[in-house]
Each structure stands twice: as C-alpha cells, then as structure tokens.
Design a protein around this ligand. Structure first.
Ligand code: BG6
Length: 487
C-alpha cells in the first residue's frame, strides 16, 4: 500500500469520547491513520464526555482499549505512544455544564485549523451540543460536525434534529455518517459500475431479473439493548445501510464523483421507491438457540422483558423508474443468524432460448455477487461446459476476484476512510439532509402500520438462517435467496 497523503492540521473533538463507538471504532481508526503517517504533527484528538476523568486516566483507558480493538499485528509501542500524545480530555456535558472553559482554552489559538466535532452521542444531544458549541464561540468557518446515525426515529424527529443542527451549521458543514459507505467493497461498487464498460449496458431491467441485498450478523443486541429495543432492524439497518447500498446499485451514473454528484443521484432513487405493501415485509425476533456452538438466550430474555421489537427484516422494494421497472430489490438483515456475511447479488435473466435441447433446466442465470464482508470480493457466476465426452453438461463456475489475493496490505476499516474524508472536506460518502428525510419518508409508513396493527414479530431460533416467512417472501415470486454465503 502506498503511503497516504497527510491531511490538514486538525482539532478532532469527539463528544462521547469515552463511549463505546469512540473506543471500538473512532480511536482505533484514528490510531491506524496516525500509524500509517496520515496525521500531521498538528493534529489533536480532544475527547469530551461526562465521565469526569483526568487526562492521564483517559490515555490509560485508550491504551487498553486500543489493545482490544486494534489487531495485534497493527499495534506498536512507538506508534501507540505517539498517538496517546495527541489525546486530550475534557469533562463537560451537552448543555454547557462542566469544563467548557477548558475546551475553549484548548481551541483558543487554533481557529485557523480544520475543526471536527464528532457527535458520538444520542441524537437527542445533537441539537444541544451544536447550540453549546455556538454559545462558546467554538464554531469557526472551518468547523465540521459529524452526526452518527440514527438521525431521528421517524421523519418528524429527523427533521427536528436536522433543524436544530442547521440553526448552527450550514449544510455544507454537516457530515451525516453511514459507515457502510466507507466499506471498501461498497466504494468498489462505484468503481466496478463506472470505471468499466462491461456492466453498465447490462445494468437495467432488460437484463437484470432482480437484486438481493443481505446483511447477516451473528451478534445480538448485546450492550446496546436499550438503544436497540427502541429502534429495531428496520430503523437500525434498513433505513440507512441497506437503502444506501440499494441507492448505489440503482442510481444513474453521476457526472462527477465530487460534491453532490453521487448524492443527487442517490436521492432520485430514494424518491422513486414505491411504498411497501404489508405482504412485502417480514419482521421477526430471535428466540434462544445456538450461535457458533454457543447457547444464546432469546431477545426477550436478554432484555429481561417481553418486547415487540424486530431483530430481523426481509422486504421487497421496487424502484419505479425506467431503468428498474419490474426489477424487485429484496433486502434482508438480521441479528443472531447463522453467520456474519453481507453481500449484494445482482441476478440476471435467463438466456431467452437454449440451443441445446433438453438442458433448459440447467440454464442457471448469471449472478454477480459483491461480497462486503467477510472476505471482500466480487464473483461472477457463469455457465461452462463440464469437460469430457458424452454430450453437453453445463456447470456453474465462477470468475473470482478476492481482494485479499489481488491486493497487498490490509483492508482499511470503513471509519478510517470516512474520518479522513471529513478532515479533507469531502462530503461524497456522507448523507445529505434530503436523503435522510427521503429514506424516512419511505420507511415510516411501514413502522406506522406495524404500530397500528400491534404487530407481533415472527420468531426464528438464534443461529439459523432466519424466519421461514423470509424464504416464502422471495419464493412466491419464483426466486430464491442466494445462499452461497452459507457454503
Ligand atoms: C450499526 C448498527 O450501524 O451497524 C448495528 O447500529 C450493526 O446494529 C452494525 O451491528 C453493523 O455494522 P458492520 O460494519 O459490523 O456490518
């Protein structure tokens, strides 16, 4: 891997700096960018939280968290020491209580630097923190604010949060993060589609039969149960990650990658999404089962209370425009499934006619499988003649591109790319306000219908492939889920 270009001097202020996201994702990502030489000397990380720690205590905590969350081979004593030297800690709360004066002192002489305020906190604090930053005179022209999802829990609350933040920051200063957009393979989707001539002429309803997008996880709600129970799989995963992937698959070629090119095209896809009918969604919740040979409790037992929240969703979406008319997009995501695997599968139509009488049944349609995780890669399923005499036998084979084999070096974490994009001021891989609100406009009627009907989720045992109703959802259309990821 070539040495990355150093970013501009920056004060990177993390609100929620002692929280789970900061420890598991943000600080490891910044450490790795530092270790790889991308951070200039004038790059500080200032953690803000209510934990009331001192700076030495915070550095000790970060050191031990890095050991847990950065792969052992990537940690060195020297780069850890260097990174810890960049850290500062301020104990303060969203409403202006605590040591805001210390934050002001720390930032007093650096108004000319890029200033990133990363809000790794609950969305109800996005507005108050923005206001307090402004009241303390800390919002400069070069300040950017990063909002973690979820942005609201429905359209009205998303608008409310967006309005509150917009009272302080211009839209061009607001970076709404969806970490799926930072995943290498998701970015590769853009390169595959728009840097190659091969696919684009086929990328439409005359050749594509349907598309599948799957994000399967083995983890449960775990430590985040309180947040998760108020959210559920539709809000937590579909409204953002799965819809963003759908947009990148379905959008028209943007004129340029910069500025709003990609975001304008994604918005058009979101606006073309047809409402989802009740028969086209399955929601379910896991019961006790075995995951990786380990007995795990059901969702209600983990929570210690019965709950109506879904941990699995499968649905059929339709994009009503010229390119995708009659091409369903089947989406599914769930927790506590039999494995962790995420992929986008584009299933092409069957050939219109078999020139080999009698082998029609073997005419398996071509599939393009874009694997996000684990083992990132792209695989094109084709038919080939099985070698040997005795007539023709067609055999599905695959053209494989495994990124780990093709490219040297490790695959960076999504957050590494996205955090550096904020510092660089590149908004392409972040969600604009209108995108977030369009995604809620499409999601909300489904949520409201569930609420109105007092809908109980179906059940699936932890460690299985999900509820049988999800299989029925696609099979009733004469199609099947692509199950290669279970191979
Ligand atoms: C988060 C969700 O946005 O994405 C989590 O809130 C989920 O519930 C996670 O586990 C999945 O991300 P990844 O990168 O592990 O696929």
């Amino acid at each position: 891997m070539s040495t990355p270009v150093t970013v501009a001097p920056c004060d990177f202020v993390v609100f929620g700096g002692t929280g789970d996201l900061a420890m598991r994702k943000l600080l490891p990502a910044l450490y790795l960018r530092d270790r790889d030489g991308q951070l200039p000397d004038a790059f500080r990380v200032i953690a803000v939280s209510r934990a009331g720690m001192d700076e030495a205590g915070y550095r000790d905590k970060v050191e031990s968290e890095l050991r847990q969350h950065v792969p052992a081979g990537e940690l060195s004593a020297e780069s850890t020491r260097g990174f810890l030297g960049r850290l500062h800690y301020v104990s303060a709360d969203a409403d202006g209580g605590g040591d805001w004066h210390r934050l002001r002192d720390l930032l007093a002489d650096t108004a000319d630097r890029v200033r990133v305020c990363y809000l790794a906190v609950a969305p109800k604090l996005f507005g108050p923190i923005s206001t307090t930053l402004a009241e303390n005179g800390l919002v400069t022209e070069r300040t950017r604010v990063v909002l973690e999802k979820p942005i609201g829990a429905d359209l009205a609350s998303a608008r409310h949060v967006n309005d509150q933040v917009a009272a302080v920051f211009d839209e061009s200063q607001i970076y709404r993060i969806d970490h799926y957009l930072g995943k290498e393979t998701v970015q590769n989707l853009l390169v595959m589609r728009f840097a190659n001539m091969l696919l684009e002429p086929l990328w439409n309803s005359s050749t594509v039969d349907h598309v599948q997008i799957t994000v399967a996880e083995t983890i449960g709600a775990g430590q985040r149960a309180e947040y998760y129970d108020g959210s559920g799989a539709l809000r937590d995963m579909v409204q953002n990650h799965l819809l963003q992937m759908l947009c990148l698959v379905a959008m028209e070629p943007p004129t340029r990658i910069e500025n709003d090119g990609v975001r304008d095209e994604k918005l058009k896809v979101l606006e073309a999404l047809a409402p989802v009918g009740p028969a086209d969604v399955v929601r379910a919740q896991y019961t006790a089962g075995l995951v990786d040979g380990r007995a795990v409790p059901g969702y209600g037992d983990e929570l210690d209370a019965p709950s109506n929240t879904e941990t699995y969703v499968a649905l059929k979406a339709e994009v009503h425009n010229w390119r995708w008319r009659n091409v369903p997009f089947y989406l599914r995501t769930g927790k506590r499934l039999d494995r962790r695997a995420s992929e986008i599968v584009v299933v092409f139509k069957r050939v219109p006619h078999s020139i080999w009488p009698g082998v029609e049944a073997d005419m398996t349609p071509n599939r393009l499988v874009i694997r996000l995780q684990p083992d990132e890669g792209v695989r094109m399923h084709m038919l080939a003649k099985e070698p040997g005499p005795g007539g023709i036998r067609l055999k599905p084979v695959s053209l494989d591109l495994a990124f780990a084999e093709q490219f040297e070096g490790r695959t960076p974490e999504a957050y590494e790319r996205l955090l550096m994009d904020v510092v660089r001021g590149n908004p392409t891989l972040f969600m604009r306000r209108d995108e977030v609100e369009a995604a809620w406009s499409w999601t909300e009627p489904v949520l409201r219908r569930w609420e109105a009907a007092g809908d109980r989720p179906k059940q699936y045992a932890a460690g299985t492939a999900g509820p049988s109703a999800a299989t029925t959802l696609i099979e009733r259309d004469g199609r099947t889920w692509h199950e290669e990821m279970r191979a």
